[in-house]
Write a protein that binds this ligand. Structure first.
Ligand SMILES: O=P(O)(O)O[C@H]1O[C@H](CO)[C@@H](O)[C@H]1O
Ligand SMILES: Nc1nc2[nH]cnc2c(=O)[nH]1
Length: 370
């Protein structure tokens, strides 16, 4: 089996001979460092393993016996390229579990943002999969993210919705955060609907408004992090995917029309979203900088999901519910500080409008393809 190259600490690269992704002897997980390997990786039950079956949120192993391989003791650090965390075969296994368990091949995937879980509650004839019962699936740790996958129909279309997403700040590597998008792809999903709660930086935005995303600024990408980092598996997509026109223009235009029909056109905007790592909210200086960069709304999600979806050629529609206004001037006012309770309360208040927008858009997609 071919191994991937690892830095050995003196600036040269060498092949990780045991192809484990971990060289501490206890972990056989990710034994396929080669993405073309046909075997399923053996799962590691230790906490130090950040791949399938493991729960470590970082990339280094703290196991005492294996301290040399994974610790910062001056010996060597074995990187875990993100794309190796979930090889194709593992994604396929999860997708099979869902399609066989639900008897469906959904066409539309929905990711529910913070407090927007009700988008999944309107699905008819739902088959519900708790994340903890899905093989190799992470768990949701954030309030407002229930941790269930719901498969069923909505406005005649077959859909699967994530009631709970995974965030970088939870300690999951980006590839793990967006792994469910690849599961959706192998389940048959063609359209990704990604929703989020976000802070409004554009001064024209009010709390409760909806911003249809037409572009993003990937701050984590600026810092050199990507869900696609590591060997590329062409069964998902190309090594260097283009991201211009990532957000489907037809769907944005349809959503604008739907907003008009719903009588909420003054609450609908089109804009640019940026994802920061979180979990802290932004400083005033950061918000000023983001505004100067042309960012309209800021959150801690979605961008890596969209990158993963575009990499495997899914059509993307995404929106931010503006749950708080971000101050871009210094002030002592406490009520200008963002907090998650407010985020969820606003999302709850606006869930009816968000559900209607999503349902009507799905109906149009379904009718157009019927
Ligand atoms: O992006 P979603 O998951 O909607 O949630 C947003 O709201 C939470 C902070 O209040 C963060 O998780 C941020 O990303
Ligand atoms: N980063 C960030 N995420 C959010 N999610 C909801 N509101 C906000 C915000 O103001 N900033």
């Amino acid at each position: 089996m071919t191994g991937y190259k690892v830095a050995n600490g003196n600036g040269t690269a060498k092949t990780n001979g045991n192809s484990n992704g971990h060289s501490n002897g206890h972990c056989n997980g990710h034994k396929s460092a080669d993405y073309t390997a046909q075997e399923n990786p053996t799962m590691c039950s230790r906490d130090c393993c950040s791949g399938p079956g493991g729960s470590n949120r970082g990339n280094t192993c703290t196991d005492k016996k294996g301290a040399k391989a994974g610790s910062l003791n001056g010996e060597k650090i074995i990187p875990t390229p993100q794309s190796l965390l979930y090889p194709y075969e593992v994604i396929e296994e999860i997708a099979d579990f869902i399609t066989k368990g639900s008897g469906m091949r959904p066409k539309i995937g929905i990711i529910c943002g913070s407090g927007l879980g009700s988008l999944a509650d309107i699905i008819q004839d739902p088959k519900i999969f708790e994340y903890e019962k899905i093989p190799n699936f992470p768990v949701s740790t954030v309030e407002g993210h229930a941790g269930r996958l719901v498969v069923g129909t909505l406005e005649g279309a077959t859909v699967m919705a994530m009631q709970g997403r995974f965030h970088f700040y939870e300690g999951y590597p980006l590839a793990k955060c967006s792994m469910p998008v690849r599961v959706m792809k192998l389940c048959g999903v063609e359209y990704l609907f990604a929703t989020n709660a976000a802070g409004g930086i554009n001064p024209r935005f009010a709390v409760g408004d909806i911003m249809l995303m037409h572009d993003h600024v990937n701050m984590l990408g600026f810092a050199g992090n990507s869900p696609l980092q590591g060997p590329n598996d062409p069964r998902f997509g190309p090594r260097f995917p283009a991201l211009v026109n990532s957000y489907n223009k037809d769907l944005i235009n349809k959503a604008i029309e739907i907003g008009k029909a719903m009588g909420i056109e003054s609450n609908i905007h089109v804009g640019v979203y940026s994802c920061l790592g979180g979990p802290n909210y932004e400083t005033i200086a950061e918000l000023k900088a983001l505004r100067m960069m042309g960012v309209d709304a800021v959150g801690m999600s979605t961008v890596h999901e969209v990158i993963t979806a575009r990499h495997c050629d899914m059509k993307v529609f995404a929106f931010s519910l503006i749950t708080n206004k971000c101050a871009t001037e210094y002030s002592d006012k406490k009520d200008e500080e963002a907090n998650h309770e407010e985020v969820m309360a606003v999302a709850k208040n606006r869930q009816k409008a968000c559900c209607e927008l999503v349902s009507r858009l799905i109906r149009e997609i379904h009718l157009a393809s019927a």
